[in-house]
Design a protein around this ligand. Structure first.
Ligand code: HEC
Ligand code: HEC
Ligand code: HEC
Ligand code: HEC
Length: 263
């Protein structure tokens, strides 16, 4: 029995070290190539892994899922959240977000086509069959997968300035503030989000500390929430132990003369 286990282990160990060697040989080329990962919503929360400073990278990404595992700089490529009408934590600290417009496929901007001439302004808010953007909203615009047929495109999109979304009072809302749009119908969730119960923030947790806030469309696809509320990231195994380490209970390990300076 013991023999059997040992026999199976030798080739395994050999394979692992061959793999480690291959990875080490490839390392320098990895350092130069730009790698694209995603933060929360695949395809719509892209981030390019790059060096920030000498030692750090902006994000570390999973080799299995491509999802971001860790942020080297929580504020990398963020901008101010912009004016928010309701008071919350963001009113008393520095609040930043990632812009949505660079993530959109059709944003060039939208008014390149939706200028009233190239594409006429819609006559009313009544749902109709459209032939454009089916890659975004699904094959049948009369059966939009959000709101169980109670809402349509123009309850969210501004009919006369397509570069913006629209409030109940007809005020323009930036694509970078979807929380103000979603909040007009999902008041309770909007309140939870402002309180930090719904959604996600990272950054400095001292009182008044700067934070990055995740905004609604970084997690939810507004055109398909009825089919899939949220796309969970595939769970994966805990990372392998570094070579030479046999147990994860390394907290008590003390090195003679401190950590030897190897990384
Ligand atoms: C390449 C041109 C083009 C671009 C760019 C474009 N659209 Fe459109 N869009 C159209 C056309 C054409 C229609 C009408 C299709 C039809 O009637 O069958 C349309 C229809 C729509 C509709 C349905 C309501 C309506 O006005 O008919 C929405 C909502 C919409 N577009 C949003 C956007 C948004 C948001 C952007 C930018 C992120 C955008 N579009 C960019 C061409 C474009
Ligand atoms: C519940 C609100 C809501 C409804 C209803 C809605 N949209 Fe949108 N739409 C949005 C938001 C918010 C965004 C920006 C998404 C993001 O940040 O990822 C968007 C983005 C878009 C884009 C740009 C996507 C891209 O990747 O370029 C198009 C095109 C579009 N919508 C068309 C439509 C059409 C056509 C309809 C109706 C058939 C519709 N939308 C219905 C809220 C809505
Ligand atoms: C114009 C009103 C309106 C707006 C704006 C709106 N929603 Fe909704 N949403 C609805 C309705 C109606 C439902 C369906 C509620 C039900 O039937 O339980 C819904 C359902 C949902 C659900 C649950 C999916 C399901 O059907 O189980 C999610 C998630 C959601 N919305 C997210 C968003 C996000 C994110 C935004 C902003 C981008 C947004 N909504 C904007 C009206 C809206
Ligand atoms: C960090 C990711 C994240 C952000 C940001 C986020 N949500 Fe969610 N939301 C979730 C998850 C996860 C669920 C649970 C999904 C499920 O039930 O499968 C959820 C559920 C929901 C639901 C359904 C709730 C119910 O009980 O039926 C709505 C509506 C919703 N979110 C709206 C919003 C709105 C509006 C915002 C912005 C103000 C927002 N979300 C921001 C992750 C997020």
């Amino acid at each position: 029995m013991i023999q059997c286990v040992t026999a199976r282990r030798i080739p395994h160990v050999a394979m692992v070290s061959a793999f480690a060697l291959a990875v080490m040989l490839l390392m320098p080329s990895f350092a130069h190539s730009e790698r694209e990962c995603f933060e929360s919503r695949k395809g719509y929360s892209k981030v390019v892994q790059k060096k920030i400073g000498d030692e750090r990278v902006n994000v570390k990404c999973s080799n299995t899922t491509g999802a971001v595992l860790w942020w080297g700089d929580p504020y990398n490529e963020t901008v101010d959240m912009g004016p928010m009408p309701v008071e919350a934590d963001y009113s008393h600290e520095e609040a930043v977000i990632k812009e949505r417009t660079p993530q959109l496929k059709y944003y060039m901007p939208c008014t390149v086509c939706h200028n009233g001439v190239t594409v006429p302004y819609p006559k009313d808010k009544n749902p109709r069959q459209i032939t454009m953007h089916l890659d975004i909203v699904g094959e049948d615009s009369m059966d939009l997968k959000h709101g169980r047929l109670a809402i349509w495109c123009l309850d969210c999109h501004n009919p006369t300035n397509r570069d913006t979304l629209i409030s109940h009072r007809g005020e323009e809302i930036s694509f970078n503030q979807p929380m103000r749009l979603c909040g007009k119908c999902h008041g309770q969730i909007y309140a939870d989000w402002r309180d930090g119960i719904h959604g996600k923030r990272i950054g400095n947790w001292t009182k008044g500390g700067k934070k990055r806030w995740w905004i609604c469309t970084e997690c939810h696809n507004p055109h398909s929430v009825q089919l899939e509320r949220f796309q969970p990231i595939q769970p994966e195994r805990a990372p392998a132990l570094p070579r030479g380490m046999t147990s994860a209970e390394h907290d008590d390990i003390r090195y003679e003369g401190g950590p030897g300076g190897h990384h």
